[in-house]
Ligand binder design. Structure first.
Ligand code: HEC
Length: 371
């Protein structure tokens, strides 16, 4: 079975499923979650109170770097380097598209606050490296921080430095220490002013709480999310009527609507189709909705033979599991409404391709009289 026979969830497609049209590959070269390389942020997070060492202890340092690596491995972010100072830390980090940086850093701070009892100031400082600012320069600047602060005399002596790049060397040390990196004096002053302005009250964002995909030191497997006990079914989740919930019986698409067809049901189907599907498929189902006109890939028209001959269960399945680039609508459209929409699509198809013989005899008489 080749991959075209599977839907977006990797589920096998049942026999009777219409073949998939060939389509151009999407340009997914770069790992999707990583912003372009030039989107690296210089992040500074400060402890509360300033001046007290909270970060530079070997066990704390190790635990912080572990949490950084954990996030790198799980594609939460991509940290390039992190430098701990006694009462603040600097980092160069790239963030994925789909979650805001603010939230990712807030989660990280909360995790460290709970696990290591670190007290943070609320918020953090971020600065996106501009095109003309080289990564190298910023990295060197951060790395030289402990030397500038008089904590060590050589860069390599500072143990609280972490980098994702094992090749990271101190070769550019001379340049940094001689000239002083750009902004070398301005930045600490700027930070001090900002810290003063931002104020220092602990914030509700620092409350301990568990989010589903974050780490936990409470459970032995390290995950916050718990599995439900084996063989339990959540209320409302016992979907025994497979035709109704999957559009299939014995692995084959159903060809009949598994619910009673009424006028109201059809009206509901039209209302839902127009509200949810028409932006792409357009109200007639020809596949030329506004979103498509603005550049989204074009869906096939419902008025081609392949779609006319597709069993009704296929339409239900497409809404339930998604199809190619089309997302699943399972969380947005209840099964009952999915059937109503499927029924309405059938009606749309008939409206474009009806024969005189489809009209019942009474209406036919009316039609004939109008000839
Ligand atoms: C955001 C745009 C968009 C929306 C909204 C959308 N679709 Fe689609 N749909 C598509 C695209 C694009 C395809 C073609 C997917 C592919 O071949 O990769 C498609 C394909 C389909 C197909 C054809 C599958 C096949 O066998 O080729 C059906 C049926 C379908 N959609 C039904 C629906 C229904 C019903 C809704 C509303 C619940 C809906 N779509 C909402 C974009 C959309």
């Amino acid at each position: 079975m080749n991959s075209r026979d599977r839907n977006a969830n990797g589920r096998a497609r049942p026999p009777g499923a219409p073949g998939r049209p060939q389509r151009k590959k999407l340009p997914h070269e770069r790992p999707l979650w990583l912003r372009p390389e030039d989107e690296i942020f210089f992040i500074t997070v400060c402890c509360e109170p300033r001046g007290k060492n909270q970060l530079c202890y070997s066990n704390i340092g190790r635990a912080i770097f572990d949490s950084v690596e954990f996030r790198n491995q799980n594609a939460v972010w991509y940290a390039h380097l992190v430098c701990l100072m006694p009462d603040h830390l600097h980092a160069l980090i790239s963030f994925p598209y789909e979650r805001p940086m603010r939230q990712i850093i807030a989660d990280w701070k909360r995790f460290l606050a709970t696990k290591l009892k670190i007290e943070w100031q609320r918020d953090f400082f971020d600065h996106r490296l501009r095109k003309e600012e080289s990564y190298r320069e910023k990295a060197d600047y951060i790395r030289a921080n402990p030397v500038r602060a008089g904590l060590v005399t050589q860069l390599e002596e500072w143990p609280y430095f972490w980098t994702a790049d094992p090749q990271e060397s101190a070769s550019s040390e001379d340049r940094v220490l001689r000239g002083g990196a750009p902004g070398g004096r301005a930045l600490p002053i700027l930070l001090a002013v900002l810290v003063f302005l931002v104020g220092c009250r602990p914030d509700m964002t620092n409350q301990p709480k568990a989010t589903p995909l974050s780490e936990s030191d409470f459970f032995s497997n390290g995950a916050n999310a718990r599995r439900p006990p084996a063989h339990t079914v959540a209320r409302g989740d016992a979907h025994e009527d497979t035709a109704f919930y999957t559009g299939q019986t014995n692995g084959t698409y159903v060809t009949q609507l598994p619910v009673k067809l009424t006028r109201d049901f059809m009206i509901r189907g039209r209302e839902r189709f127009d509200a949810i599907c028409a932006e792409c498929h357009d109200r007639t189902g020809s596949g030329n909705g506004m979103v498509v006109q603005r550049g989204f890939p074009q869906p096939p028209s419902f008025h081609v033979d392949r779609m006319r001959n597709a069993p009704i269960g296929h339409f239900f399945d497409v809404m339930t599991n998604g199809y190619g680039v089309m997302y699943s609508y399972a969380t947005r459209v209840e099964p009952d409404d999915r059937w109503a929409i499927a029924a309405y699509i059938r009606a749309l198809q008939l409206s474009h391709n009806a024969a005189l013989s489809d009209v019942d005899s009474a209406d036919r008489a009316t039609l004939d009289s109008k000839k």
